[in-house]
Write a protein that binds this ligand. Structure first.
Ligand SMILES: [Zn+2]
Length: 96
């Protein structure tokens, strides 16, 4: 056997389908950092606390709607940084 090629690893989220129960992957897409005031809100920093070094931060975005690769059921996503029960704001925004 020859030398193995290398594959690039990407960050991803795992989610479980509520219809068929199988595990799906959702690749995390790189994103620009949000404005400073949004970072403070997300990290619950006070007005005089230092923001994290941008070089140490890795911002990603995720799809709002995902489709199960197996049974094709569609779901809205609940990002891991939003606690269950706190999702009211998202549901209002996705009223299409
Ligand atoms: Zn499924």
């Amino acid at each position: 056997m020859g030398k193995k090629h290398k594959v690039e690893l990407h960050e991803a989220f795992v989610w479980d389908c509520d219809e068929c129960g199988r595990e799906n992957l959702l690749r995390a897409l790189p994103a620009e950092p949000p404005p400073d005031n949004e970072i403070r809100e997300l990290l619950q920093l006070g007005p005089f606390e230092a923001l994290p070094n941008p070089d140490d931060s890795n911002w990603v975005r995720v799809a709002e709607i995902v489709t199960c690769a197996y049974c094709k059921a569609e779901f809205h996503t609940l990002p891991p940084w939003i606690k269950p029960g706190d999702e009211g704001e998202i549901e209002e925004d996705t009223n299409i």
